[in-house]
Write a protein that binds this ligand. Structure first.
Ligand SMILES: Cc1ncc(COP(=O)(O)O)c(C=O)c1O
Length: 396
């Protein structure tokens, strides 16, 4: 049976990581990587996570299954983190949330859920978007279409293009929006733009799907959820996919959440029964360890405060690195404008280099970027930013 298969190309980002590891140049820099790195180039376990794990080690009583929806305590704490404790969808009992294996698990469950709502559903994703969005939704059987988003030439948001496209989507379509820290462009909507998107969503009637993989990595936990909360205030039905991979540093534990908002408490209970069924037939029960860590942190004043501090450190380093590279490029004589990097948010921005220049950075300077020139902002440090800026100056 396997004879009929044709080998698929390796994932470009994972392939890049393998090449980077093999490179013996001591100056090599990995800017392709999709995880946060500290000044020393490590992705450490957060202190609050270590303490929560220690606590679980001594208090955990059983490894028996929880349920397809995961831990109720994790789910209710995540709902408060996503919406804020006083949001109207919580007061009106219109949200249901389940734990999922990472943000990707949440997206796949959401995809299958949408398919259950409408067998020929279309989902609109930004151009560009996180590469895996296309695969995950296509695998769930959805039609995936794109709306304009990033203006590569002006290194800014094509907001008019985006809004005009959203006005034309079908009322039964789903529109995926990055809640903050857009991956790969780093280009986020401002508050006025969110307002306009919310108005269009209400007028057209499409269902927003908010992907929130980086809450706390942009401006802060509350500000990063601004657009999401506004939309939840405005529309009747919505889907939210959250990830705890980045903000809790729990990447390999695979913990995230899928939230649905319905028009009423009764309507959302019906929808939730379908969501739970979808989860049941994909992976049956979500992993529990990551959820246990997150709920331990969020329900302890001490650990929660420590987490805020550690999250702020990661955010500050990313925002500091954004300014740093822009300043260093100027210092090393680059006249081309790279100031967009300091105006953008989150883990990634496009450098705006050609594929040939990206290849030259790799071949001549051991600097590893994906072909689109998406740069991982946490991938460099004070120690190697001069080398990075000089190398970019040379390929320019
Ligand atoms: C936009 C976006 N959504 C979802 C995910 C998935 O996150 P997870 O690792 O939790 O599956 C990522 C991961 O990089 C992402 O960038």
């Amino acid at each position: 049976m396997f004879d009929s298969l044709k080998a698929l190309p390796a994932d470009p980002i994972l392939g890049l990581g393998i090449k980077y590891k093999k490179d013996t140049n001591p100056k090599k820099i990995d800017l392709g990587v999709g995880v946060y790195k500290d000044e020393a180039g490590n992705t450490p376990v957060l202190n609050c996570v270590k303490k929560a794990e220690q606590h679980r080690l001594t208090t955990e009583q059983s490894k028996a299954y929880i349920s397809p929806g995961g831990s109720p305590l994790f789910n209710s704490e995540m709902a408060k983190l996503i919406f804020g404790a006083d949001h109207k969808v919580l007061a009106e009992d219109r949200a249901r949330i389940i734990s999922t294996p990472g943000g990707t698990g949440a997206l796949r469950v959401a995809g299958e859920f949408i398919k259950s709502c409408k067998s020929d559903a279309t989902i609109w994703v930004s151009n560009p978007t996180w590469a895996n969005h296309n695969g995950v939704f296509a695998a769930a059987g959805l039609n995936v279409k794109t709306y304009p988003y990033y203006d590569y030439e002006n290194k800014s948001l094509d907001f008019d293009g985006m809004l005009n496209a959203l006005k034309e989507v079908g009322k039964d379509d789903v529109v995926l929006l990055h809640a903050c820290c857009h991956n790969p462009s780093g280009m986020d909507l401002n508050k006025e733009q969110w307002q306009q998107v919310a108005e269009v969503a209400k007028t057209v009637g499409f269902t927003p799907l908010l992907d929130m993989a980086y809450q706390g990595f942009g401006t802060g936990l509350e500000d990063d959820a601004y657009g999401l909360r506004l939309l939840a205030d405005t529309v009747e039905e919505m889907i939210i996919c959250s990830s705890c991979s980045k903000n809790f540093g729990l990447y390999r534990e695979r913990i995230g959440a899928c939230t649905i908002i319905g028009s009423s408490s009764i309507a959302v209970d019906i929808a939730n029964s379908v969501l739970l069924y979808v989860a049941r037939v994909i992976y049956s029960m979500p992993p529990a360890h990551g959820a246990a860590i997150v709920e331990t942190i969020l329900t302890s004043d001490e650990l929660r405060t420590e987490w805020y501090g550690e999250l702020k450190d990661m955010r500050d380093r990313i925002n500091g690195n954004r300014k740093l590279i822009v300043d260093k490029l100027i210092e090393h004589g680059v006249t081309q404008d790279f100031s967009h990097i300091s105006r953008q948010m989150g883990m990634f921005s496009f450098l705006g280099l050609s594929p040939e220049q990206v290849q030259q950075l790799q071949d001549d300077y051991s600097i590893y970027l994906v072909g689109s020139s998406r740069m991982s902002i946490a991938g460099y440090s004070n120690d190697n930013v001069d080398y990075l800026a000089q190398s970019i100056a040379k390929v320019l």
